[in-house]
Design a protein around this ligand. Structure first.
Ligand code: DER
Length: 208
């Protein structure tokens, strides 16, 4: 299957199998989610579904508005029924690498407020161990003034190299929806991901 076709099939299946009437739905970020929002809007229209959508990025907010879906937020809906999102890589234990699209922080926050978290990941994201498919490293959002000490702390503790993500269509680093920078940690060997996740979150200046 071509990648786009696979993304669309996976996104439609996720929306058809996991979204129902009268729900508060978190909308993820990336390119796969675009298909999911297309299908969400189609179902809302066809089935006259009652739904409000909480975005996980400026991109998600635009998608919600462009499709005429009802926009909401965590102030009005601190508890969501379901969040639907993409991922960069998924291992056999369903550990995810997320953040390829730079939206990891709000994605994690919104996912943490939901009863159910639906990840749409086509065959390209499927791997036995993280790093087999996704070669860009584990994204880590950081407070700009701290990116050097956080990068050094990660390399010292876990090896590899945490590289500042530079923008393509703008001079300088990528700036997230939260006005932060992103480090892409190119790890060298498999890790105990639960342990690594907790340890990285404890580094002052790390932000998710
Ligand atoms: O940034 C993220 O975590 C997104 O979910 C993203 O990485 C998924 O991107 P894709 O749907 O374009 O592969």
């Amino acid at each position: 299957l071509m990648a786009e076709e696979a993304k669309k099939l996976a996104a439609y299946a996720a929306v058809d199998n996991h979204i129902q009437n009268n729900q508060v739905v978190g909308v993820g970020s990336g390119s796969t989610i675009v298909y999911a929002v297309d299908r969400l809007a189609e179902r809302v229209r066809q089935e006259k579904l009652n739904m409000v959508c909480v975005p996980t990025s400026f991109q998600a907010r635009q998608l919600i508005l462009q499709h005429g879906l009802t926009l909401s937020d965590l102030d009005r809906h601190p508890e969501l029924d379901v969040v639907i999102d993409g991922a960069d890589e998924v291992d056999a234990a369903l550990t995810l690498i997320k953040g390829g699209g730079g939206c990891l922080t709000q994605e994690k926050i919104v996912a943490g407020c939901a009863k159910h978290f639906i990840v749409i990941a086509d065959y390209r994201k499927d791997s036995k161990a993280l790093g087999q498919q996704w070669k860009k490293g584990v994204p880590v959002e950081v407070i700009p003034m701290a990116y050097v000490p956080v990068s050094r702390a990660i390399a010292r503790r876990f090896g590899g190299e945490a590289v500042l993500r530079m923008a393509v269509s703008k001079a300088g680093p990528v700036v997230t929806d939260n006005s932060n920078f992103i480090l892409d940690w190119k790890f060298e060997h498999a890790q105990n991901w639960k342990e690594v996740n907790t340890a990285i979150k404890m580094i002052p200046g790390q932000y998710r």
